[in-house]
Design a protein around this ligand. Structure first.
Ligand SMILES: [Cu+2]
Length: 257
């Protein structure tokens, strides 16, 4: 037993001695080279590591003026929904406003390319989501999940519009927009109540407020930014925001006045 301990001690000691001896050798000067290469390779990652975020809220104390959509004209649409479906032109609860597109106006260059697939789904004869964002050139899917004919009529001001029909359930088409545009309206000429809005920006620094009125834009480099919030009924509000390295900046958009 004791012999084994002695051998183990020797086995541990030998590498330690080698390391200690190597310290004074002239060949050690080569060591810093790979280290500096590593630093260079990690450059962009270091920038992202110091990125901050912008988070906040869209406020609206007024009433939710949405009206119930009458879908009697298309029995399939009526049958596809349990209960009432609302127009979604104002989705507000507890003083918080949903469906507000929030984006950085003077965004820094670069930024991560989008990886997740964005889907504009036609389900129950309304668009889901009602408001969303994509980057310029980013492909998104338009899907018909209904047993009704829809036509997808995009009416942009600066991008190229289109008007294509999807007569059958399960049909999909892939689209993208080349230029930044706030916002691109979508409608369906078969069901006049259908509407959606897509914000197109040439960077990933955008978000849409949720049912609780909140939004978060992650991974943005430190800097001072003009952030704009867009709502289909109430127009736009802006805020100046300074993001510190690794910092969390706040922005509140008041749509009451
Ligand atoms: Cu339709």
């Amino acid at each position: 037993m004791r012999k084994n301990i002695v051998w183990a001690a020797l086995l541990l000691a030998v590498p330690l001695m080698l390391v200690a001896c190597g310290g004074g050798g002239g060949e050690e000067t080569a060591a810093p080279a790979p280290a500096s290469t590593d630093e260079k390779a990690a450059g962009p990652a270091t920038d992202m590591a110091s990125a901050g975020s912008i988070a906040g809220m869209a406020l609206y104390e007024g009433e939710d003026t949405d009206t119930v959509i009458k879908m009697n004209a298309d029995p399939n649409c009526a049958a596809a929904n349990e209960g009432d479906v609302y127009t979604e032109t104002v989705v507000a609860e507890g003083g918080k406003l949903a469906n507000v597109f929030v984006y950085v106006k003077n965004a820094p260059a670069g930024g991560a390319a989008p990886t997740e697939t964005v889907v504009l789904n036609q389900q129950g004869c309304t668009y889901h989501p009602h408001v969303f964002g994509v980057q310029t050139g980013q492909e998104f899917i338009v899907r018909n999940s209904d047993q009704s004919l829809h036509n997808i009529h995009a009416t942009p001001a600066t991008n190229e519009g289109f008007n294509q029909s999807q007569p059958f359930e399960g049909m999909e088409m892939t689209k993208s927009f080349a230029k930044g545009e706030i916002m691109v309206p979508f409608k369906c000429d078969v069901h006049p109540w259908m509407s959606a809005y897509i914000g197109v920006v040439d960077h990933p620094y955008f978000a849409v407020t949720g049912a609780d009125g909140s939004f978060t834009i992650d991974g943005i480099p430190a800097g001072t930014y003009t952030v704009e919030a867009w709502h289909e009924t109430f127009g736009t509000r802006t805020a100046e925001v300074t993001v510190e390295a690794n910092g969390a900046a706040g922005a509140t958009f008041d749509f009451n006045s």
